[in-house]
Every structure is written in structure tokens, then in C-alpha cells.
Ligand binder design. Structure first.
Ligand code: NAX
Length: 328
């Protein structure tokens, strides 16, 4: 039997947590031969409902789940964690300005970054889901100087999966036949879903779509606003699809992306594709050897450039408003 991996999940009492924890415990993320220990974090007010989630986890008698802890202390939750899924965040309340939301989350993620630095495994993989996910991930990374920046990422995978599904439906091919989708930039309405490099089994997606008007006036704006559409329909934000994306993100990071394909992840910018260092930006990446690598040297058109710069500027603005919370 392998030794268990400790997986920290924050915001564990929330709706994404409820869709996520049972699938992780069933072995869908790290495999059906990998024992795990769940270390669940939430705020004091949510601990009573987290207790209910704990009871349900117990009631499933998952063979791979060798332990579960619940706490409101980030250091305890992150102690020796090999994977940290930071889902919990402060939601926007009525009348709250965007700047106040960034500030409130900045405080949460700087605290959690320091706690990760202090308590987690040195090779911990950190995925930030809680919004604004990219900037929260950047803040956590900047507050964890003892951890490699390559340990940090923000979730773009839901956007990536949404784009795969829309394109597959448009060209009448199975989702599994579509490869090399990209969602550049921020997980926000400025994101740039880019199908120019995507391929289906029988050709370039762009040629199979053969409808620039659809791409510009339907595909891109619908992807940018899909989250809002889900809220309008369900009365609640995406949860099961977000949990599914988080599982896919970590699984690929640990086990590698499929042959001749890539995924979109929010990772620290390094100047590639004209995106200067200093933000957590959605890029195409391949994963192997338990690490992500940016896909280099893709051709970028004028149209791409404009869209990529818009979303970069938004990330810069977000960073500006939380720069006092960055440790290094
Ligand atoms: P919920 O409001 O259902 O749950 C959030 C949970 O986080 C609650 O239990 C709350 O008590 C907890 N929490 C708040 N502050 C915390 C802190 N400082 N430490 C630990 N826990 C804390 O939200 P849910 O629907 O689960 O969504 C969670 C986050 O994911 C939100 O920020 C949401 O905007 C974000 N999303 C991100 C997505 C992405 O693609 N990156 C997509 C889905 C989702 O919208």
C-alpha cells in the first residue's frame, strides 16, 4: 500500500467542496490505488456545516480515505500537505466594490500563502479556485518565499472545458477528439478563449468551424460570460463543473497531460508571449514529471494580441490594488 497523500481543501463546507470531496475520496483525482488524508479548512461560522460533510464522508466508508481533519486554522490544514486546493474565498456581498473584494481576498490569501510556506510539503501543488482566482494565487505565491513559484497555479480549467464542449458541439465531433484549446489570461469576463491552435481528429478546428463571425460574436463572448449564464439558470454559481475542473487540473499536473495535447492553467508569467513577469496568467501548458511547462512559440495574430493584452491589463490592475499584501 502506498503512503497516504495529505490533501488540504479550503472552503470545504461550500458548494464546490460538496461536489469535490467525495470524488477525491473515491480516488478520481489521484487514482484508485492512492490512499489519502483530507485536511479540511473553513471559517469558524462554517464549521458546524463542515461537521455534517465530515459525517457524510465517514458514512461513505471510502477505502482510500485513511483520515479526515477539520479546522479553521490554515497552518493545521496545510501541515505536510502534498496538494492544497484553495477553494474558499470571500464572496462579493451587496454593495461591495471590486476593490474591497480584492482587498478582503488579498488578506485571506496572504495569510494562507504564509501558512503554506510554513507548514506544507516543499513540493506541494497549490491550485487556487476561489475568486479572483489568478490574483489570489499570485498573492499566495508571493507570501510563500520558501516555495518554488512553480508550485502555484490558478484554475482556468473550467473555462478550458467549457470551450472544448462548445466547439465539439459546433463541429459535431466528440469532445475527446478536440485537442489544443487555449484560454489565455484571467478567469474573468476578459479571458480570451482561443481556438486557433485547436485540432480535431480530422483537421484544424478553425477550418472545421469555418465561421469567423461565430467565433468572434458568439463563441468568445459566450465563453467569457458562461459563469453568469449558469448563475442565471441555476440561481447558484457553477459547482459540480468547477469541482470537475479542479480534479482534472490536479490529475493532469500529477500524472501528465495526454499525448499531443495541452491544458490551460493560470501560472506565473515569465515574459513569454509578451506577458511580463508579475501576474498569474492563463497559458497553454503540458504537464510531465509532476511539473507544468508552458507551451512555447505558438503563432500569435494581431487579433490574439489585442485580446491577450486586455486580459493582462485587468490582471495588472488587480495586482496594483493588492500590492501592499505582496511579501516579495
Ligand atoms: P460557497 O460560498 O458555497 O463556499 C465558499 C466556502 O468558503 C464557504 O464554506 C466559506 O465559509 C468558505 N470560506 C470563506 N472564507 C474562507 C477562508 N478565509 N478560509 C477558508 N474557507 C473560507 O462558494 P463556492 O460555490 O464553493 O465557490 C468557491 C469559490 O470558487 C468562489 O470564490 C467562487 O467564485 C469560485 N469559483 C471559481 C471558479 C474558477 O473557475 N476559478 C469557478 C467556480 C467558482 O465560481
Amino acid at each position: 500500500m502506498k503512503p497516504p497523500v495529505r490533501i488540504a481543501v479550503t472552503g470545504a463546507a461550500g458548494q464546490i467542496g460538496y461536489s469535490l470531496l467525495f470524488r477525491i475520496a473515491a480516488g478520481e483525482m489521484l487514482g484508485r490505488d492512492q490512499p489519502i488524508i483530507l485536511q479540511l479548512l473553513d471559517i469558524p461560522q462554517s464549521l458546524p456545516s463542515l461537521k455534517g460533510v465530515l459525517m457524510e464522508l465517514e458514512d461513505c466508508a471510502f477505502p482510500l480515505l485513511t483520515g479526515v481533519t477539520t479546522t479553521d486554522d490554515p497552518r493545521s490544514a496545510f501541515r505536510d500537505a502534498g496538494i492544497a486546493m484553495l477553494v474558499g474565498a470571500r464572496p462579493r456581498s451587496k454593495g461591495m466594490e471590486r476593490r474591497d473584494l480584492l482587498e478582503a481576498n488579498g488578506v485571506i490569501f496572504s495569510t494562507q500563502g504564509r501558512a503554506l510556506d510554513e507548514a506544507a510539503c516543499r513540493d506541494v501543488k497549490v491550485l487556487v479556485v476561489g475568486n479572483p482566482a489568478n490574483t489570489n494565487a499570485y498573492i499566495a505565491m508571493k507570501n510563500a518565499p520558501g516555495l518554488n513559484p512553480g508550485n502555484f497555479s490558478a484554475m482556468m480549467r473550467l473555462d478550458h472545458n467549457r470551450a472544448l464542449s462548445q466547439v465539439a458541439a459546433k463541429i459535431g465531433r466528440p469532445v475527446s477528439s478536440i485537442r489544443k484549446m487555449i484560454v489565455w489570461g484571467n478567469h474573468s469576463p476578459t479571458q480570451y478563449p482561443d481556438l486557433n491552435h485547436a485540432e480535431a481528429d480530422d483537421g484544424k478546428v478553425r477550418d472545421l468551424v469555418n465561421d469567423p463571425e461565430w467565433v468572434e460574436n458568439y463563441f468568445i463572448p459566450h465563453m467569457q460570460n458562461r459563469g453568469t449564464e449558469v448563475i442565471a439558470a441555476r440561481g447558484l454559481s457553477s459547482a459540480a463543473s468547477a469541482a470537475n475542473a479542479a480534479i482534472g487540473h490536479v490529475r493532469d499536473w500529477v500524472f501528465g497531460t495526454r499525448e499531443d495535447d495541452w491544458v490551460s492553467m493560470g501560472i506565473p508569467s515569465d515574459g513569454s508571449y509578451g506577458i511580463p513577469e508579475g501576474v498569474m496568467y492563463g497559458f497553454p501548458v503540458t504537464c510531465s514529471g509532476s511539473a507544468y511547462q508552458l507551451v512555447p512559440a505558438l503563432e500569435i495574430s494581431e487579433f490574439d494580441r489585442t485580446k491577450m493584452d486586455i486580459t493582462y491589463r485587468e490582471l495588472m490592475e488587480e495586482r496594483e490594488s493588492v500590492k501592499h499584501l505582496l511579501l516579495n
